[in-house]
Structure formats: C-alpha cells, structure tokens
Design a protein around this ligand. Structure first.
Ligand code: NOJ
Length: 585
C-alpha cells in the first residue's frame, strides 16, 4: 500500500501525488488518456435519471400547485424561445412506457424527483395534501419495483411551491427548513416502505447561485454577494433537519439511506508549478462542492470560504461576513448528516489566480473567489456551452472527495452530455465516447480506492433543460417534442450504455471496440424511422400553412424549411452510414 498523506495540505499537486491508494493501481502511471480495461465491483448499481419539472409535464393537472419554475418559465424572456415545462416529455402519463425503456437498458436503479407542489399544492401540509399526486408517485414506485428497478427519490429538484416563494421569499427565509421537513416527512411516511434511497436536495449550488445570485434560474433573484450564501445556509440546515427526521423517526422501521446530491466541476491549476494557481484551483472546488460538503461532513464552511468572504466583507466596510455562520450547536447538528454522497459531475476548468477588488456594491460569489476559469480549446464541447468533455477531471474530483471527507459512500447521481444541433441525430458517437471515457475514469477512481457504489447516466430522456429550454438534449432517448405524443427514440448511446451495464465495465479491448460499431449499426435504422416520422409531420405542417393565409415568413422558415433540411440531412447521413458499414463488412 502506498503511504497516504497524513496531513492534508489540500493543494491539487499534493493530491495528485498522494492519493494513489490501491497497491496495484498507480494514479500517476495511468494519467490522462490511457484506457483501463477491467470491471466494476460486483453489485455496482447502474442507472439513469430525470427530475419532475424537466420531464413530467402535466403542470396544472390533478390538483398540482404552482412551482417557482411554472411561474418563471411563463415569464417572457426568461427561457430560450420561451419554452416551458408545461407538457415536456409527458412523463406523468407514461410510467409504463418509460419503464420499458429502462428495462431495455437493464438499469439497476432509476433516479427521479418528487414534485413538492404536486403533493402539497401550497407547500404547506396543513393547507392540503393532494392524494392524486401521491397516487402518481405510488404508481411510479410500484412499477419500478415490479420491474426490479430500485427507486432513488430526490425530494427537491428545484421546484419550490410558488406560495412559499411569494409568502416568505423561498430559500432566503429560514422557515423553509420546517416546511421542507414537513414535506420530506410526508414522503417518508407515504413512500418510505418502498423507497430506500433518498436524496434531500439536488445541486443546491445551482439553486443558490443561479436562483438567488445571477437570477438565470427560478425564482430569478439577483441578490449579489449575499443571496446565494443565505439560500445555501438555509438549504444546509434543511438538509440536516430532514436527515435527523429520518434518522430518529423512520430509519428503524424503513432501513433506508438519506444523502444529498452535490454537483461540482473539477478545477485544475493552469500551472501546476505555481503555488497561486494551485491554491486558486483548490478554492474553486471548495467554493463549489466544499461549500456544502464541508459543513455536512465536518460541521462548518471551508476555511478558505470563511477567510475570503470575511476579508472581502470587511474591505467593503461591513460589520459581519456576508457568509453566514453556524452556532456551535448548529455545527454539531449539521455534521455527519449524510449516509451517502451523491455526486453530479459534467466538466472541468483550468483555474488561475485573479484578484478582484471589493468595493461597495460590487461583491458577488464569483468575485469572492479571486480566480479565473479557462478551458482548453482542444476539449470537445458537443452541446451545452459550459460542458467540455474532460474525463480525467472526474477521477480527480472523486479522489478529492475521498481525501477531504474520509472516503464516504458515493453514488454518482448525474453524469452525461448534451447535443446542440439543428438536425436530429440519433447516432450520437460523441455521447458514446463521453460515457465510455467518464465511466472508465470512474473505474480508475474505484481502483484508487474511492468508494463509488453506483452511477446514474444523465439523463434517460431529452427534456426541459432549464433556462435553455428544449435546445439542449441530454437524453439517451431522443424525444420528439414537436409531436403531441412525445414519442421516444433510442440514440446509439442506449446500445452502448447497455453493453457497459451488461458487462459491468470494460472486459477487454476487442469486445469494447465492437460495441461502438454495433451501436451505430442499430441507430441508423432508428434514424430512418424518425426521419420518416418527421417527413410526415413536415408534410402535415405544409398543408396546414397553405390553408392558413396569416402564415408568417418566420413560421415558414422554422416549421418547413428547417425540418425539411433536417430530414434531408438525416436521410443523407443514414445512407452514408450504411455505405460505410457495407465497406467495413
Ligand atoms: C444539473 C441539474 O441537476 C440537471 O437538472 C440538469 O439537467 C443538468 N445539470 C445538466 O445541465
């Protein structure tokens, strides 16, 4: 066994040198790029995920109350092309259909979230509990279990009841702690006999920063320099309270686990021989995942956050830090409230030191960190603007978590890649590559000694991608949103992910190389099927437009020209692929 660093000085270079844990697996030897053939531990759980607002639709059906996302997405100009999640994938009506997709993949688990306003329309239990909403989740859970798929339920994936926002200011207000606890308690009571994996909050970083600092997400507040820290403080307390409720009231009977899902990019120093860059990269990760994980595992915020925000607040002439503090009682209440840690991870940044002056009114979460983010222009970036494929960053992040929080049990709760292309493309070879490389880095991390128990591909279906609307598609399955029935079509990555699952990893080079060829073979026929369907709906649109004298030029372009070009491009790529495959055989 290689000696592990006793004193954690926390900078990245030291991590790289010290973290190689397993005897036969040297971190530095296999650095970046090389592929590791091997399998995951027996019992490793493979899954896919979704969230309520992103997939369910049925936003105002069967007694559901409004969430902050219903209201936010209905405001003009907030979401790209003014898309909304009103009907989305219609998951609310498609339990059986979607479970058959999961079965096709042979998933061990499915991660979904419970919409708070669907089962408590105002967010307050004493107002009303909506039995129809409960029935929907009952059915979903029962169907999953009947098909031997383990449900992993998230209690909060961003859809706060609107009433709580309007009455109290949402997560700016401490009263959310009790309201969230009441909601969680009801979920434990009604579903806990069948759900054994609970995630309290999904990606609180995003809720805090994008919901209360930049305002890009619901509720759209721009409380720079304070809003995010306050929201985060209340969310951490809410998480802890729910964990204690489960621990004292339900764990004995139900024997489940309660965790939290934290998202974070990896931050790599631009220059690994420059101490300032090393510290800036460390800060980047501490301000991301450490912001939430450090209180939960160690009882307080990372020292570096306290130092930086405290100093900058003083420079602004404030009497106290903009970062709230925990009392000693609160510290011990919050510490240790995690049975497993959910990790959502998508990408990496290079980080360098950059100073920001803190003047009156100019403070923000971003300037508090004193750093700049960079990307390598050679990194592939097939979809979302922020998402570069940097697989080796995943292994580093997982090792960071192991070192910082005493090797907790980890479930990867989100990992995946989007596409942003005009033409429908089911032959998603870049997604295949992404999943292959990222899961391989996760395998290396497990060999390093990181305690990863499961992996959740994000996402099962294309869906509403928050402020980007439907323009970014993360799904393993393509969803045709232009068709009222929102049919699903498998992308090539379905076949590929399925093989990773059935082999529980990457058995040997010959076999793995075959997977990609086989996956793209099947997708060309799905492509044809979808192209035919699109042709049919384009023809129907043309007929409709001909009969409508008020048809605008723009409509003509978006509803006729673009789809026609897309259809042609799919057909051409299908023909080209068939040609390539013939030659290959
Ligand atoms: C994290 C969020 O939890 C999820 O809802 C979203 O789809 C992904 N990031 C991709 O942006």
């Amino acid at each position: 066994m290689l000696p592990c660093c006793a004193v954690r000085t926390c900078h990245v270079l030291v991590l790289v040198l010290c973290l190689s844990a397993a005897e036969d697996f040297d971190w530095t030897k296999n650095d970046r790029g090389s592929f590791y053939y091997g399998t995951f531990p027996a019992g490793f759980s493979w899954g896919a995920g979704s969230s309520a607002y992103q997939t369910e639709g049925a936003w105002d059906k069967d007694g559901k109350g409004l969430s902050i996302w219903d209201v936010f997405s209905h405001r003009k100009g907030k979401i790209l092309q003014n898309d909304t999640g009103d009907s989305s994938c219609q998951g609310y009506y498609k339990i059986k259909e979607d479970i058959s997709l999961m079965k096709e993949l042979k998933l061990d688990h499915y991660r979904f979230s419970i919409s708070w306003p669907r089962i408590m329309p105002t967010g307050i239990k004493s107002d009303h509990v909506n039995e129809k909403g409960i029935k929907y989740y009952d059915e979903l859970i029962d169907n999953l279990l009947e098909n031997k798929i383990t449900p992993i339920a998230t209690l909060y994936h961003w859809d706060l009841p609107q009433v709580l926002q309007e009455k109290y200011g949402g997560w700016q207000n401490i009263s959310m702690v009790n309201y969230f606890n009441e909601f969680a308690n009801l979920c434990f009571e009604r579903f806990g006999n069948r759900v054994k994996y609970w995630i309290t909050l999904n990606n609180p970083w995003s809720v805090a920063v994008e919901g209360y600092e930049t305002g890009e997400h619901a509720p759209g507040l721009k409380l720079r320099g304070t809003g995010a820290y306050r929201a985060a403080h209340h969310m951490i307390k809410a998480h802890a309270k729910v964990w204690h409720t489960y621990d004292t009231k339900w764990r004995g009977k139900q024997k489940g686990l309660v965790g939290i899902s934290l998202s974070g990019d990896w931050g790599e120093p631009v220059d690994i021989s420059n101490q300032k860059d090393i510290e800036a990269a460390e800060r980047y990760v501490q301000f991301y995942i450490g912001w939430f994980a450090t209180p939960i595992f160690h009882g307080d915020y990372p020292q570096v956050m306290k130092d930086f925000i405290g100093r900058k607040s003083a420079q602004q002439g404030l009497g106290t830090s903009r970062l709230p503090t925990f009392s000693s009682q609160e510290k011990s209440y919050v510490k240790g409230t995690c049975d497993f840690l959910g990790i959502g991870h998508f990408t990496t940044r290079y980080i360098t030191q950059k100073n920001y002056q803190s003047g009156h009114g100019s403070s923000s979460y971003f300037t508090d960190r004193d750093l700049a983010e960079l990307v390598d222009p050679r990194w592939p970036d097939p979809g979302s603007e922020w998402l570069y494929s940097v697989p080796w960053g995943f292994r580093r992040l997982l090792n960071f978590v192991k070192a910082q929080y005493r090797n907790p049990m980890i479930y990867v709760t989100e990992n995946g890649v989007s596409e942003k292309i005009m033409c429908t493309e089911l032959c998603d070879d870049w997604r295949i590559q992404y999943y292959k490389d990222y899961t391989n880095e996760m395998l290396k991390a497990i060999k390093d000694g990181v305690n990863v128990r499961g992996y959740t591909a994000w996402s099962l279906l294309d869906k509403f991608e928050w402020d980007e609307g439907y323009s970014e598609r993360f799904g393993l399955y393509y969803v045709d949103f232009r068709n009222k029935n929102t049919p699903r079509y498998p992308k090539a990555s379905v076949q590929y992910y399925k093989r990773i699952i059935s082999s529980n990893g990457f058995p040997n080079q010959r076999e793995v190389e075959n997977w990609k060829r086989k996956a793209t073979e099947t997708c060309s026929s799905s492509n044809q099927l979808l192209a035919a369907e699109e042709q049919r709906s384009t023809a129907a649109n043309i007929l409709r437009l001909i009969h409508d004298p008020l048809t605008s030029h723009m409509e003509m372009v978006t509803e006729v020209v673009v789809p026609t070009v897309c259809t042609l491009c799919i057909l051409l790529s299908a023909v080209f692929l068939m040609f390539l495959l013939r030659r290959h055989n």
